[in-house]
Design a protein around this ligand. Structure first.
Ligand code: HEC
Ligand code: HEC
Ligand code: HEC
Length: 197
């Protein structure tokens, strides 16, 4: 069942990534944080064929997302909150409607050298949608501190960036990942000496 799930998730991720790439680089970094229009009409999104007869039967994203919790980037939906507040209830398995996720409530704190708050990686918010095998072992070895992760890799679409910036919220929402405490010099942490660990 897990194999089937990760297979369908890979298909989903591939399907979402390919058409987007045709429009623009999914990991393009909006360096100046310029506000961008979200959710263009289907006819103008570069994904759907505007001359296709069926396009009028589809619900427009702006209408579908209207009542969902808001975020500041990408499609402007906070999918974590939308799930928590039960405004959406996606099926965990495409074929078997009776399967439920088995969330793992385990936070991993990644200390960040420099002035950004630490990254708190929450297993819970991931495992309500994803299977362990979506990340372990191909993207991350399942051992705290065993993986070297940098912001540059994330922006280039590796590590957390395999999903974030493609199918999950993007890098501009800094504090959703950097949600821990800021260390100070007084705590004996050198600032900005080695960003790569
Ligand atoms: C979205 C990606 C992702 C998913 C899905 C995921 N994990 Fe992890 N897991 C991580 C990351 C990131 C770390 C931290 C690795 C590090 O610090 O180098 C981690 C660490 C771990 C660790 C090590 C904990 C420790 O204290 O050393 C275990 C055990 C683990 N995960 C088990 C699981 C299990 C079981 C599941 C499924 C229920 C799961 N993970 C799903 C990303 C994920
Ligand atoms: C998807 C989650 C995520 C988002 C969003 C994110 N970061 Fe990070 N960031 C990380 C992780 C993970 C690390 C690596 C931490 C470690 O050393 O283990 C990191 C590391 C860093 C570092 C340390 C140096 C480096 O390059 O690795 C800085 C500085 C940083 N982030 C700044 C930012 C800023 C500024 C933003 C917003 C523009 C941002 N981050 C958005 C997850 C994220
Ligand atoms: C396999 C895909 C995948 C990977 C890899 C992944 N994430 Fe996520 N992440 C998601 C999805 C899907 C969500 C929930 C939907 C959304 O928020 O867009 C999520 C949600 C989160 C949240 C919850 C935010 C909130 O508002 O509660 C945090 C924090 C987060 N991710 C950080 C990370 C960090 C840090 C890494 C790397 C160590 C990482 N993620 C790697 C897919 C992934």
């Amino acid at each position: 069942m897990f194999n089937k799930l990760s297979f369908s998730l890979s298909i989903l991720i591939v399907c979402m990534a390919i058409p987007l790439q045709a429009v623009e680089d999914p990991n393009r970094f909006n360096r100046l944080f310029v506000p961008e229009a979200a959710n263009p009409p289907l006819e103008q999104d570069g994904i759907h064929d505007p001359s296709g007869g069926g396009i009028g039967t589809l619900q427009q994203p702006s209408a579908a997302f209207e009542k969902l919790d808001k975020s500041k980037s990408d499609n402007h939906v906070n999918w974590v909150k939308a799930l928590e507040t039960k405004k959406i209830s996606p099926r965990f398995d495409l074929d078997d409607a009776s399967l439920e996720p088995m969330p793992l409530d385990l936070n991993i704190v990644r200390e960040v050298k420099g002035s950004m708050p630490n990254v708190i990686y929450p297993h819970k918010q991931h495992t309500v949608w994803l299977d362990c095998s979506n990340c372990h072992p191909a993207i991350f070895v399942a051992q705290k501190g065993a993986n070297r992760i940098t912001m540059a890799e994330i922006i280039m679409g590796k590590k957390c960036g395999v999903c974030h910036g493609r199918v999950a919220f993007g890098v501009t929402e800094c504090l959703r990942c950097h949600s821990g405490t800021v260390k100070s010099d007084a705590e004996g942490v050198e600032l900005n000496t080695d960003s790569n660990k």
